[in-house]
Design a protein around this ligand. Structure first.
Ligand code: GLU
Length: 409
């Protein structure tokens, strides 16, 4: 099974409850537009580098297409399609006025120089500039891209369309970005953990947490949770993991990672494997790296009491069935990691108004949206006796379907 098929599997689980006609089902799952472009740049060596770039625009019935750009060796058309579809449901779950899109470039950004990355980003923007725009499709950071990449896109796009910072979100704060955007996804994951624990009369303080992935999402989620008194007992990145049953000093770990680029070698914990982290005996397990980390066998071996999905698509359907059968609640990606796109929405609003919000306002409004969406989905799941993922898809499909019905074909 691949990413798009997995997203559609979850769609169908919820769509069955909504009694959609075949035509509406097809309308809702089929991407609106798919663009694949060749991105050729001059490498530092003087040779040419040939890359493939993608932008899949899945649905825009509720507002402009919205979603990240990923620079990673696994980027392809199927992955972009699956992730674009998840964006449609994510923006609908948290009720921000956007549709869903995703894209990226198949490359390994860790071996590209800054100059190569800039040339790649500018060339890619040249190739897709006519399908993006502040009221058309608004890219944002995802794996392998950051505020600097967004700044280059904004600058390159302005050569075609003039000053238009709302064409991308997740920009540097000094260049029309929103305060609080960079940490927004991790902050949202921490809020999802807090609310999920709260619904079972537990608190973040005193809970144990394992985090797989220590990039933008995992590191900020761990920091917010540690600040609230959680014990972060295991952390993994692409190179391996570390454990400390007494709790890892997350701020010290973040400094270690800033200088060495990996969690391995951190003095305040002992080394372990990535799998040890996924199979930790903890209250909360947060996958916050690549998709597809939970297959059936891993799901059967997981010892965590709950899973909160910081990553997009970490759970294959067969693993999801195992979690459901074992009674391990999963706060799904389209709810748990929606904090990023929520603050992207705030950034877009600020850009359109040429107005800047203070951090307290960004955090307060993000918290309100996350908490409202969380309890909405939790309540549906209780009332209809559904896993939270199905409840979230149910809510999202109803919203997107209604928008199509009201707008008319
Ligand atoms: N890439 C992020 C996500 O998967 C953010 C998307 C956005 O802000 O548009 O949700």
């Amino acid at each position: 099974m691949q990413a798009f098929e997995a997203a559609n599997h979850y769609f169908d689980q919820a769509a069955r409850l909504l009694d959609l006609s075949d035509n509406i089902r097809t309308l809702l799952i089929t991407p609106d537009r798919e663009v694949r472009v060749e991105v050729v740049i001059e490498m530092d060596s003087g040779r040419l580098g040939n890359f493939l770039g993608y932008r899949v625009q899945h649905d825009n019935s509720r507002g402009p297409f919205k979603g990240g750009l990923r620079y990673h060796p696994a980027v392809d058309d199927d992955e972009a399609r699956g992730l674009a579809s998840l964006m449609t449901w994510k923006t609908a779950v948290v009720d921000v006025p956007f549709g869903g899109a995703k894209g990226g470039v198949n490359c390994d950004p860790t071996i590209l120089s800054k100059g190569e990355l800039e040339r790649l980003t500018r060339r890619f923007t040249q190739k897709i500039h006519d399908v993006i725009g502040p009221v058309k499709d608004i890219p944002a950071p995802d794996m392998g891209t950051d505020a600097q990449v967004m700044a280059w896109i904004m600058n390159e796009y302005s050569k075609y369309s003039g000053f238009n910072p709302a064409v991308v979100t997740g920009k540097p704060v000094e260049l029309h970005g929103s305060i609080g955007r960079e940490s927004a996804t991790g902050f949202g994951v921490a809020l999802a953990v807090r609310e999920m624990l709260g619904r079972t009369k537990r608190t973040v303080g005193g809970s144990t947490v394992a985090v797989q992935g220590f990039g933008n999402v995992g590191s900020h989620a761990a920091r917010f949770l540690a600040k609230d008194g959680a014990r972060i007992v295991a952390v993994a990145d692409a190179h391996g993991g570390i454990q400390n049953p007494d709790g890892i000093d997350v701020e010290a770990l973040a400094s270690h990672v800033a200088s060495t680029r990996k969690v391995g070698g951190f003095e305040g914990a002992r080394p372990c494997s990535n799998e040890d982290v996924l199979l930790s005996d903890v209250d909360v397990l947060i996958p916050a790296a690549l998709g597809g980390v939970f297959d059936k066998a891993t799901a059967e071996a997981v010892r965590a009491r709950m899973i909160v999905e910081g990553a997009n698509g970490p759970t294959w359907p067969e693993a999801d069935d195992v979690f459901n059968a074992r009674g391990i609640p999963v706060v799904p990606d389209i709810l748990a990691n929606a904090g990023g796109v929520i603050v992207s929405y705030f950034e877009w609003v600020q850009n359109l108004q040429n107005f800047r919000w203070p951090l307290e306002q960004v955090r307060r409004e993000q918290e309100q949206k996350m908490v409202d969406a969380f309890h909405d989905i939790f309540d549906i799941s209780e009332r209809m006796k559904l896993p939270m993922r199905t409840a979230a898809f149910y809510r999202a499909i109803a919203r997107v379907g209604r928008a199509h019905a009201l707008a008319g074909i």
